[in-house]
Design a protein around this ligand. Structure first.
Ligand code: GLP
Length: 240
């Protein structure tokens, strides 16, 4: 694991964006695994800025997102498809047909999960997977559990995640109770992983995930076993 500590959130985002853009420069049709939440917002802003300056070209890039809420339509302002359009896709020259997010409205969630894993395989796998971390150590929506979940699957969100994500919804009751998420196996199959962690609130979970035991009780701890992970933290999360 390579651990990089940057002074501020903005610098942390720049570092993470650097890794993603270097990947695109090296391989124009890279498959980027993308994440949502508040952490990556600044990373996407930086990429848009470089795109506007002519430094990054998204025309051949393919993307696969980690997860989506069950029951939210793509146009719902809290769906992860909407988030990706608003925060990145609508501002760069990416072909929307090359951007993939699980379908939260799929009638058969099981079939949707299988379709999504097959899709990732058919794209040749993920070149770089960007991750944030939940306060309980979740990655994607892989919540703490007794086992590491394997492929893309449907999950029941924990109370802690529902509460944490309620800040984006009008009322806590509006937060969906389920999500479709890439599994730990899907995530671990990415050739390269970038984990971004910011803010004092994440300090304790960052320490557990990076230095604690590898256990499904802290899903992000599995990343210790991946051969190519870069963790970028701001000083607040690193506790410096
Ligand atoms: C959500 C997403 C995760 C994200 C996490 C942390 O639950 N499914 O992919 O990493 O939130 O979000 P934030 O960056 O807002 O703390």
């Amino acid at each position: 694991m390579k651990i990089i500590v940057e002074k501020t959130y903005e610098r942390m985002c720049r570092m993470a964006a650097n890794i993603l853009s270097a990947q695109i420069i090296l391989k124009a049709d890279s498959v980027l695994g993308l994440a949502t939440g508040s952490t990556p917002c600044g990373i996407y802003k930086q990429l848009i800025d470089w795109y506007n300056k002519g430094d990054v070209d998204f025309s051949k890039v393919r993307t696969v997102n980690l997860d989506e809420y069950v029951g939210l339509a793509p146009e719902h302002d809290q769906s992860y498809r909407y988030y990706m359009d608003q925060n990145l896709f609508d501002h760069v020259n990416i072909d929307k047909a090359n951007t993939h997010v699980p379908n939260g409205l799929a009638k058969d969630a099981q079939a949707e999960c299988l379709r999504y894993d097959k899709l990732i395989q058919s794209l040749g796998g993920t070149d770089v997977q960007l991750l944030g971390i939940g306060l309980n150590g979740h990655i994607g929506f892989n919540e703490p559990s007794d086992v590491f979940d394997t492929g893309t699957h449907c999950v029941d969100l924990t109370e802690s995640t529902i509460e944490a994500n309620s800040r984006f919804f009008e009322r806590e009751e509006d937060v969906p109770r389920q999500a479709i998420t890439m599994g730990i196996k899907t995530i671990m199959q990415a050739k390269k992983i970038v984990l971004a962690i910011n803010g004092e609130k994440k300090r304790e979970i960052a320490k557990n995930a990076l230095y604690g035991p590898v256990t499904p009780l802290c899903p992000a701890s599995v990343l210790q076993l991946h051969p190519d992970v870069t963790v970028v933290l701001d000083e607040a999360a690193a506790g410096l």
